[in-house]
Ligand binder design. Structure first.
Ligand code: ACM
Length: 513
C-alpha cells in the first residue's frame, strides 16, 4: 500500500509537530527553507510533503538513453543514504519521474515539480537531469518518519524549483604534481564535487617536482620525472588507462576534465627526464623544494615543439572535453620574446589536436589566434589584454579563490602568500562584477598541492570552501547571502560526515561539532 494521500500526510505532519524538537529538522514542509547548495534560481513552496519510501519507483520518460544512467545514479545514492533500494522501472509514470522535456535554453537547467503524490524532474538534457537529481538528494531529510508505518518514510517538501546556472563553467583544479593523488582519491573528490553541481575538473598534471601522466612516446617523463614530490615524498603517476578512468568517471557525473601540462616554466621534471628540453642554461637536478620560476623549456628548438606535439597529441586523444591547458604561468627565466613565441606556437599545436587552449593569465601577453581562454589568477592587466583580443576569462583570483591559502592563523595546512582566506572571505565576493559578464566563462577554485599529502589533507583545504565556490558559480548574486548560506552550509556537515569527508572546523560556521 502506498501512503501518499493528503489526509495521511497531514496526519504525519501533525504528528511531527507534537514531537519534541530535535537538533536535525526531519520533517521539512517549507521548500523555501530547504538547505540546498547551490541556492536554486527560483523556489515556490506549497506547504505539504511528498513521501519517499520503499514503495517509491523511479520512471524515466526520455528519448536520450543517458537519462536512464541519471535515474540509476539517483537510485544508488538514495540507497547509500537511506538503505532503500528504489526500483527504476520502464513504466511511463511513477511517483518519482525523470522526464526529458523541451523548452530549456540552458543545457544544465531543470525543473522540479513536487506534489503530495508525485515528484517530477524535467530537463532538456541528461546533464540538466543530473544537476536536478543533486537537488533531489539534498531535499531528502536526514531522518525518516517511522511512527505511522512499520517502514520508514522520508518527507520532501512540496513546491516547484526552477533552476539553472549563471555560469556555464564551474570548476576546481587539483594539483597532483607537487604531491600525487591516486585515482581512488580523485574519484572520491569528484563524487562530492558532483553533489554541488560542479561541471569541470582541471587537473594540473606536471610541474617542477613531478610529471604525473604517462606519455607513451616519451617514457622517461614518468620513469624519471615522477619519482618524488615536494618534500621528497614517494611520487607517482597515472598510466593513460588510469587517466581515462578519471575522465570517464567524471563524465558519468557530467564533469569535463581539463588536463594541464604547465610550460614553458614549471618544467624541471620534464627536463630532468629529457635534458635537451632545458632552456635555463643550468644543470638539471631533481627538486623537492617549493621554489618556482627557475625552469624553462628551450623555446627556440624545433625538437622541443616535436616533443610538445607528441605530449598534446597523446593527452588530447584520451580527453573527451574541448580544452587543453598549457599553463604558462611564472616563466620568470624565459625571455619575454621567447615566451610570446612559445605560447603562439603551442596554441597552434593545441588547435591541431582539436582542443581550445587555456593558459594562466600571462598567456594573454601573446597574440593568439583564438578561440582561447585566459585564467585570471594574478594580473588584471593580463586579463584585460585577453579580453581585448577576444579571449574568454576564467576567474580564479588568488586572494579569493585559491583553496591552498590558509583559512586563518590556526590552519594546519596551506600557504599564505595571497593572504588568509577564511570561509566567509572565500564566499563574499561577486564574480559578476569584476569584468563584463559576456567575457567571463566562469569561476574556478584551484587547489595547489605543496602542503597536502593525503586525501584527508586535501579535503581539509577544500572543504568547506569549495562548496561556496560552487554557489558563486551557480547562483545569481541576488540569490546569494552569507547569513543564509552559512546556515545551509552548517547543515551540510551531515553530508560531509556521512561520506567520510574531512573539513576545516571553521570558527565562522556554527557546525555543531
Ligand atoms: C599560479 O598560481 N602560479 C597560477
Amino acid at each position: 500500500m502506498k501512503l501518499t494521500t493528503s489526509a495521511l500526510l497531514l496526519l504525519i505532519l501533525l504528528t511531527f509537530s507534537c514531537q519534541p524538537k530535535r537538533h536535525i529538522d526531519f520533517a521539512p514542509t517549507d521548500l523555501k527553507e530547504a538547505k540546498v547548495i547551490p541556492e536554486p534560481l527560483e523556489i515556490t513552496a506549497s506547504g505539504s510533503g511528498f513521501a519517499l519510501d520503499k514503495y517509491t519507483e523511479i520512471s524515466v520518460v526520455a528519448e536520450d538513453e543517458a537519462f536512464e544512467d541519471v535515474a540509476d545514479y539517483l537510485s544508488d545514492k538514495i540507497k547509500d543514504r537511506t538503505g532503500v533500494d528504489l526500483k527504476v522501472t520502464s513504466r511511463s509514470y511513477t511517483q518519482l519521474s525523470i522526464q526529458q522535456a523541451s523548452g530549456f535554453d540552458n543545457d544544465e537547467a531543470y525543473v522540479l515539480i513536487i506534489k503530495e503524490d508525485s515528484l517530477i524532474l524535467k530537463a532538456g538534457t541528461a546533464a540538466g537531469a543530473f544537476r536536478g537529481i543533486q537537488t533531489i538528494r539534498q531535499l531528502i531529510p536526514e531522518e525518516a518518519i517511522t511512527t505511522l508505518a512499520d517502514y520508514p518514510i522520508w518527507v520532501i517538501p512540496t513546491g516547484t524549483i526552477t533552476d539553472e546556472p549563471q555560469f556555464a563553467f564551474r570548476s576546481t583544479m587539483l594539483d597532483v604534481a607537487r604531491h600525487f593523488f591516486s585515482v581512488k582519491d580523485v574519484k572520491k573528490y569528484l563524487d562530492i564535487l558532483a553533489y554541488y553541481k560542479y561541471n569541470t575538473f582541471h587537473i594540473h598534471l606536471t610541474d617542477d617536482q613531478g610529471w604525473r601522466i604517462e606519455i607513451k612516446s616519451w617514457p622517461k617523463l614518468t620513469e624519471v620525472g615522477s619519482t618524488t614530490g615536494v618534500g621528497g615524498g614517494p611520487g607517482g603517476f597515472y598510466t593513460q588507462e588510469d587517466y581515462q578512468e578519471i575522465v570517464a568517471y567524471a563524465a558519468e557525473r557530467h564533469i569535463t576534465v581539463i588536463p594541464e601540462v604547465d610550460m614553458p616554466g614549471h618544467t624541471n621534471s620534464a627536463s630532468l627526464a629529457y635534458p635537451f628540453l632545458n632552456g635555463n642554461g643550468k644543470e638539471i637536478e631533481l627538486v623537492t623544494s617549493m621554489a618556482v620560476g627557475y625552469s624553462t623549456f628551450d623555446t627556440r628548438k624545433d625538437t622541443v615543439y616535436a616533443f610538445i606535439d607528441d605530449v598534446i597529441r597523446e593527452i588530447s586523444a584520451i580527453t573527451s572535453g574541448p580544452y587543453f591547458h598549457i599553463g604558462g604561468d611564472e616563466s620568470h627565466v624565459t625571455e619575454k620574446d621567447d615566451y610570446v613565441y612559445f605560447v603562439e606556437r603551442v596554441e597552434k599545436i593545441v588547435k591541431k589536436y582539436g582542443k581550445t587552449m587555456i593558459g594562466w593569465d600571462e598567456v594573454a601577453t601573446a597574440n593568439l589566434e583564438g578561440p582561447a581562454v585566459a585564467q585570471w589568477w594574478n594580473d588584471k592587466e593580463n586579463a584585460q589584454a585577453g579580453i581585448d583580443q577576444g579571449m574568454k576569462l576564467i576567474l580564479s583570483p588568488a586572494n579569493k579563490a585559491y583553496l591552498d591559502m590558509k583559512y586563518d592563523d590556526n590552519s594546519e595546512f596551506g600557504l599564505r602568500w595571497a593572504g588568509l582566506i577564511p570561509v566567509d572571505t572565500a564566499y563574499i565576493w561577486n564574480p559578476e562584477t569584476l569584468f563584463p559578464m559576456e567575457h567571463v566563462l566562469g569561476v574556478e577554485a584551484p587547489l595547489w598541492g605543496e602542503t597536502i599529502r593525503t586525501i584527508s589533507e586535501l579535503e581539509y583545504l577544500a572543504f568547506p570552501r569549495v562548496i561556496g565556490y560552487a554557489e558563486l558559480g551557480w547562483s545569481t548574486q541576488e540569490n546569494r547571502n552569507w547569513e543564509d548560506y552559512k546556515k545551509r552550509l552548517a547543515h551540510h556537515r551531515l553530508f560531509l560526515d556521512a561520506n567520510g569527508v574531512n573539513y576545516y572546523k571553521s570558527p565562522v560556521i556554527e557546525m555543531e561539532y
